[in-house]
Ligand binder design. Structure first.
Ligand SMILES: C[C@H]1O[C@H](OP(=O)(O)OP(=O)(O)OC[C@H]2O[C@@H](n3cnc4c(=O)[nH]c(N)nc43)[C@H](O)[C@@H]2O)[C@@H](O)[C@@H](O)[C@@H]1N
Ligand SMILES: O=C(O)CCC(=O)C(=O)O
Length: 398
């Protein structure tokens, strides 16, 4: 079976976890601090704060930029459901805009008309590792003084051409960027997340919120020669990363440049192999973006049936995934839980099938994600391409 993904974890990570376990200090401590420092250096961010997942990272990011109950946050429906859920955790309403069908990213031309006096943030996504059009998004955000949070769950190692220089996503080009270390991501700590920002006040807030709102962390009290009593000025959460995870993350970070190179090479090989399939839409990078290709998503020929193609590939021993989901089509998102541009009273498409989110829905229904992981051999990749040919019932065109 060729899996959809395979985390690049080995002896180095196992040894790092063992070292921490035997040290006797396993909760958020020195390894988390070291991982944060190394991550910040890698992306070029002034501050990095580790948390338990990208979902909790996004939740804290929205709280820090001031999202409150009754507010609106502009985002995409076409993303893993965590993107929309975090807005609702804050008691705010997601306002969905459609995507650009070529990049699967937020269409910046839709944002301006989604802005209202209740808009408190824009939550953009670097979908499946492809940087979104931050320059266009920030231009609108700055004009309306709206903070921008980047969902960079899949974009660890992605780059964007920024004022003439290639910069890592997470620098951050916007206000706050959030990353995931879930096993389906570019590097993994089992689960985990990271928040980067250039704003010292927000970074301090993340640190307070991730640990119950505790004024003096246990690590400081543990090593103090004088008795210190902590206090709890705000209601916080338990969103900590453990030192075991952070030690694994530090090893993963060392492998990251090679992982990104391998992923990019495999993606480029897919692009040329798949060019032989008539009617298949192969993803492309804008010339200002370098993707990690966390997922390699192809658009199926119009006449083909997504589920049948996926089943046929599964029967041939190849795992695939449907295109990225749309939150507005889930039962957890009844019409009163979200909005979209131009939504009016009694809007007929506010029932999970929205005319204004047409490209999002089409991407979910007519694309599939192919296996891509650094350990993938050329033979495995050739086999995936053959399985796709067979599933589509087409002969390669030379
Ligand atoms: C493109 C999207 O990819 C992911 O969504 P998804 O729809 O592919 O997620 P799922 O269908 O739940 O798939 C997660 C897959 O990730 C793999 N996986 C999950 N956990 C593990 C693991 O610990 N080890 C290994 N070897 N594989 C793991 C499994 O194959 C699992 O089926 C999420 O990571 C999203 O955040 C992302 N946007
Ligand atoms: O739980 C998942 O499948 C993805 C969520 C994620 O990547 C995260 O919260 O870090």
């Amino acid at each position: 079976m060729i899996p959809i993904t395979k985390p690049m974890l080995g002896e180095k990570e196992a040894e790092a976890a063992r070292r921490v376990i035997l040290s006797g200090w396993t909760s958020q401590g020195p390894e988390v601090a070291a991982f944060e420092k190394e991550f910040a250096e890698y992306v070029g961010a002034p501050y990095a704060c580790a948390v338990s997942s990208c979902t909790t990272a996004l939740h804290l990011a929205l709280l820090a930029v001031g999202v409150q109950p009754g507010d609106e946050v502009i985002t995409v429906s076409h993303s893993y459901i965590a993107t929309a859920n975090v807005i609702r955790y804050c008691g705010a309403t997601p306002v969905f805009v459609d995507i650009d069908p070529d990049t699967f990213n937020m269409d910046p031309t839709q944002i301006e008309s989604a802005v209202t006096e209740r808009t408190r943030a824009i939550l953009c996504v670097h979908q499946i590792g492809m940087p979104c059009d931050l320059a266009a998004i920030l231009d609108i955000a700055h004009r309306h003084s709206i903070p921008v949070v980047e969902d960079a769950a899949c974009a660890i190692g992605s780059e964007i051409l920024w004022q003439g220089q290639w910069e890592k996503i997470g620098n951050p080009q916007a206000d706050v960027a959030c990353f995931s270390f879930h096993p389906r991501k570019v590097i993994s700590t089992g689960d985990g997340g990271m928040i980067t920002t250039a704003n010292a006040e927000w970074d301090a807030k993340f640190r307070l919120l991730r640990q119950h709102g505790m004024s003096v962390p246990d690590t400081v009290r543990h090593g103090a020669s004088q008795v210190i009593f902590e206090s709890y000025p705000i209601v916080g959460y338990n969103f900590r990363m453990t030192d075991i995870q952070a030690a694994v993350g530090r090893e993963q970070l060392k492998r990251l440049p090679e992982i990104v190179d391998q992923r990019r090479e495999l993606a480029s090989r897919y692009q040329s192999l798949l060019a032989t399939i008539p009617g298949l839409g192969v993803p492309v990078e804008p010339d200002w973006a370098r993707s990690t290709w966390q997922s390699f998503c192809v658009r199926l020929p119009v006449e083909s049936d997504q589920r049948q193609v996926m089943q046929s590939m599964l029967d041939a021993g190849v795992a695939t995934r449907r295109g990225v989901m749309c939150s507005h089509r889930e039962v957890a998102y009844p019409a009163n839980a979200w909005s979209c541009v131009g939504r009016s009273e009694g809007c007929v498409c506010a029932d999970g099938s929205c005319q204004r989110l047409r490209h999002s829905q089409e991407a979910q229904d007519h694309t599939i994600i192919l296996p891509l992981f650094p350990q993938m051999s050329p033979d495995q990749q050739d086999y995936v391409v053959k399985a796709l040919h067979d599933a589509l019932g087409v002969m390669p065109v030379n």
